[in-house]
Write a protein that binds this ligand. Structure first.
Ligand SMILES: Nc1ccn([C@@H]2O[C@H](COP(=O)(O)OP(=O)(O)OP(=O)(O)O)[C@@H](O)[C@H]2O)c(=O)n1
Ligand SMILES: C[C@](O)(CO)[C@H](O)COP(=O)(O)O
Length: 241
């Protein structure tokens, strides 16, 4: 099973509240997005990385890719205003370079703790089912709230928290983005486009450690996950940033 991966790094990281884009923050002197790319660089099933970045950060990211020997990057693509647009720009670049219909994994650059096991699981599921996502069962009680009043408690037995990578045939997800644009779909993940078009999406159990670095407290968790996975170096000094 071979695939190309689209790594998304063109956000602003506003919820993180730091001076720089959160995917450029460092864990042990290595930027988050490089940690993410290294996972795919080391996966022999990954045949190409397409990295989507902010226009003003492309040169910095190109230098980082060289410095950290990320050799599988085929293109660094300029992102869009929203994640959905960034994905579409990345898919367009991938489609222009592909002479076949490869499996494509779409992954948040802000999720550096993705593991090989989950990548393989979601890719194999998509190869079989056409589309697959990683998700983990929610652990909290979820309520619908309006004006600080509980409206409804949602039965959590069927609720899952969705992660990335999300995996598809390139033509499937590219066409879904085109159709979604035509119909004015606004989505926060790519599988939603297929769902709204009535197409099936398989769910593969993910790993709770595959967190998306979003708010400052995620950085504390990231430091511990890094130690857990890379040995006990406490070099991740978030106060430096
Ligand atoms: N226009 C955008 C927005 C987001 N992303 C990427 O999509 C992933 C998930 O998005 P999110 O966590 O929301 O990142 P930001 O948009 O940067 O965060 P915020 O909403 O706090 O600004 C991130 O790796 C982010 O870099 C992107 O490539 N292009
Ligand atoms: C794609 C995603 O990570 C799945 O949970 C999530 O939807 C991204 O949302 P964000 O607001 O762009 O971080």
């Amino acid at each position: 099973m071979a695939y190309n991966v689209l790594v998304l790094a063109a956000g602003k990281g506003q919820r993180m509240g730091k001076e720089k884009n959160k995917v450029l923050l460092e864990i042990k002197q290595t930027p988050v997005v490089i940690h993410t790319c290294q996972v795919f660089e080391n996966d022999e099933a990954c045949k190409g990385i397409y990295l989507v970045a902010n226009k003003r950060e492309i040169d910095e990211i190109q230098d980082l890719l060289t410095e950290f020997h990320i050799t599988k990057v085929k293109q660094v693509v300029e992102g869009g205003r929203e994640r959905q647009e960034s994905v579409f720009f990345g898919l367009q670049a991938m489609k222009e370079e592909s002479n076949h219909d490869p499996l494509v994994l779409i992954h948040d650059g802000a999720r550096p703790f993705i593991k090989q096991k989950e990548i393989t699981k979601v890719a194999l599921s998509a190869e079989k089912m056409g589309a697959a996502i990683l998700a983990v069962k929610v652990k909290d009680t979820i309520k619908k709230v309006s004006h600080h009043q509980v409206q409804e408690t949602i039965d959590r037995s069927s609720l899952w928290a969705v992660q990335t990578p999300q995996a598809f045939r390139l033509s499937t997800i590219y066409n879904a983005h085109v159709e979604g644009e035509k119909r004015g779909f606004v989505v926060t993940d790519d599988a939603s486009l297929l769902e709204q078009l009535g197409k099936p999406v398989a769910v593969v159990e993910g790993d709770y450690q595959n967190i998306k670095l979003t708010t400052p407290e995620d950085l504390i968790l990231a430091e511990h996950y890094f130690e857990l996975n890379h040995g006990g170096n406490r070099d991740a000094d978030w106060t430096r940033i």
